[in-house]
Design a protein around this ligand. Sequence first.
Ligand SMILES: Nc1ncnc2c1ncn2[C@@H]1O[C@H](COP(=O)(O)OP(=O)(O)OP(=O)(O)O)[C@@H](O)[C@H]1O
Ligand SMILES: [Mg+2]
Length: 163
Amino acid sequence: MPPVTQRIENEAELAPFAARLAGLLRGGDVVALYGGLGAGKTALSRALIRHLAQNPDEEVPSPTFTLVQMYDLPDFTLWHFDLYRLEQEERDILELGWEEARRGGVALVEWPERLGGLLPPDRLEINIDFDTENGAAEGARQMTLTGHGAWQARLAAGEFLSL
Ligand SMILES: Nc1ncnc2c1ncn2[C@@H]1O[C@H](COP(=O)(O)OP(=O)(O)OP(=O)(O)O)[C@@H](O)[C@H]1O
Ligand SMILES: [Mg+2]
């Protein structure tokens, strides 16, 4: 299954995209959110968490300083990590509750590069890039979804683009 790509023209378009993404998730999943500074990892996380919480006003602060924020959602606990300020130290990630998150929770990870050897083989990878194609709106983003391990089949089965 080749990666799934979608252009997101503005922040408002994140809501329907996040809703489709939410439909694929279940407890135990890891979503690795790649993208440079300001790419929109937190904005996508916020849209996803608000959809899952069924609350468009849910407070979703960036975990820049706390490094992790937890959300008790109807179907699972979601752990929103931002590992930017971590060195590549697995011990520190474990101290943030990584193993607890992996026991049935969903881990949504900004800067997953920092996971090192803790990056699980089964994961949904999302890359966020600025969309500079002809005709793209100012500030538009390109989302690229790639399934690794068990996620290869799940992403294909989800027929994400037609959901
Ligand atoms: N899809 C989008 N379309 C337009 N603007 C967006 C989009 N996503 C995010 N933005 C804007 O880009 C800025 C940075 O977004 P955000 O904080 O989500 O980035 P980030 O990838 O989490 O950055 P960091 O690496 O610092 O955590 C915000 O001002 C946000 O409003
Ligand atoms: Mg962020």
